[in-house]
Design a protein around this ligand. Sequence first.
Ligand SMILES: [Zn+2]
Length: 179
Amino acid sequence: MRMKGRWRVLPRNAEIFGVPWLVLRGEQHVGVLSGGSVLELDRGVAGRVGPDILAQPPDFDAMLRNLRAIEQTREVGDALLDQRLIGGIGNVWKVESLWAAEVSPWRPLADVGDDELRAVLHEAHGLMKGRLDGIRGRARVYRRKGRPCPRCGLPIRSWPQGDSARMAYWCPQCQPGPR
Ligand SMILES: [Zn+2]
C-alpha cells in the first residue's frame, strides 16, 4: 500500500467522518485509512507472507532460511522489504536496522554472513517493537542525506534501491559495500 495516506485506529463502534479510502474492522478496533494510493487485493496473500518481525519472539531461523532460499545476488536492502521472506519490515526500518547493524544495503546476500543477517533482523525487531511500545526515537539515517552519520560523522548517502526504487540511506564508512 506504499507510504501514502494516514491511518487512524479507533474503537470499533466509533463514528467515522469523511470518506475513508479503506476501513479494516476488527473485533475491538477499526483501522481507517484516508488518502491511500494503491491497493492490491489478492486472495490467500496471508499464506504467503513471511514470519512476522513483530512476533514475540520472532522466528529468526525461518527468516534466515527464507533469505538464503532466494537468489543470493540480490541486495540485502532489497530482500529485507520482500514481505514473502519477512513480514512487516518497511523502508524506514530497513534503513535504520541496516545502519544499526553496520551492514550496507547494497551488499549481495552471498556476501552477508548469517551472523550479520541475524543482527539486522534483531535490530529491526527491537526498533519496531520499541516504537510500538511508545519509545520515541529519532531516525538516525533515514531521510538524512548529507547530514553527519551519528556514529562516525561522515555524510549520509542516499540512492533508490530495488524495482520499486525505495530510497536507501547509508553511511559509506560504517556500512562499507559496493557503490
Ligand atoms: Zn558512519
